[in-house]
Write a protein that binds this ligand. Structure first.
Ligand code: SF4
Ligand code: SF4
Length: 252
């Protein structure tokens, strides 16, 4: 790889999956048109979805998923010790994601019985985001991550340049695209509060933003809740939107 005509050493990168659907890694693996360009930014030495085998001398570790078991706590700590840069990759890693809905239940044994019956399942009482266990250097938000944004962040890491996260909300991009606001159509939407960067993917296709990328800078949450109520949405409907991805820190 060259930058301004100078040969650069490619950092060695590894991708690891924890409790997740692995959809974020799949976003990269599926990116056939520019997968080779993407991989050319780094020397990918560990990536279960696209490579067999794997080495341990990585410098950048991409962590997908949240932490739900003790062995995962030990594993992510071990990765942190080995890597120079650790990236929380996707909403499960950044916030806990859908998995963290489990934290709302007080009786985990009841949950296990309801979901798995008598099948033996090893799981901790509480789900943790990656930065609740180890230090995280970069966050890549989204469920799943947005490919162009991943490439921009990876490029910044590889070239040692600062990456500037967007601060404005999804709503901003939705207006740019001249979409009809979903509130006009009687739907609830988290776009006014949620960090942009996905191209307003959901409202552009007629679906509510459900806040997967977490809060934009300085979200006015209380005021937005009042607007949601004024538009006829119940406490329950509003809470469901805020709690889905744990990105809005509902537990505080
Ligand atoms: S649909 Fe959602 S994101 Fe789009 S303008 Fe309305 S509130 Fe904002
Ligand atoms: S519109 Fe909202 S829910 Fe949809 S991808 Fe973007 S941030 Fe996530």
């Amino acid at each position: 790889m060259q930058y301004l005509g100078v040969d650069l050493v490619k950092p060695k990168a590894a991708f690891f999956d924890f409790s997740s659907c692995e959809g974020c890694q799949l976003q990269i693996a599926n990116n056939e048109s520019n997968l080779l360009d993407f991989i050319s930014l780094m020397e990918v030495i560990n990536f279960r979805e696209i490579l067999t085998g794997g080495k341990d001398d990585y410098e950048i570790a991409f962590i997908e998923g949240s932490i739900t078991r003790d062995d995962e706590i030990n594993r992510v700590k071990n990765i942190r010790e080995k890597t120079k840069i650790l990236v929380a990759f996707g909403t499960c890693a950044c916030f806990g994601g859908i998995n963290k809905l489990k934290n709302k239940f007080n009786d985990i044994e009841w949950v296990k019985k309801e979901v798995y019956g008598n099948y033996p399942v090893e799981t901790n009482d509480k789900v943790l985001a990656i930065d609740e266990v180890v230090k995280v250097d970069f966050y890549i938000y989204g469920c799943p991550v947005n490919k162009p944004e991943v490439e921009a962040i990876v490029q910044s890491i590889a070239l040692g340049r600062e990456f500037r996260y967007l601060k404005h909300p999804v709503c901003f991009r939705c207006k740019e695209k001249q979409n009809i606001c979903l509130y006009e159509l009687g739907k609830i939407c988290m776009g006014p509060l949620t960090r942009a960067g996905c191209g307003a993917r959901c409202p552009s296709n007629g679906n509510s933003c459900i806040g997967c990328r977490g809060p934009a800078a300085e979200p006015n949450i209380e005021f937005m809740k009042k607007i949601m109520k004024k538009n006829g949405f119940t406490e329950r409907q509003i809470r469901d939107k805020f709690e889905l991805f744990s990105a809005f820190k509902w537990e505080k």
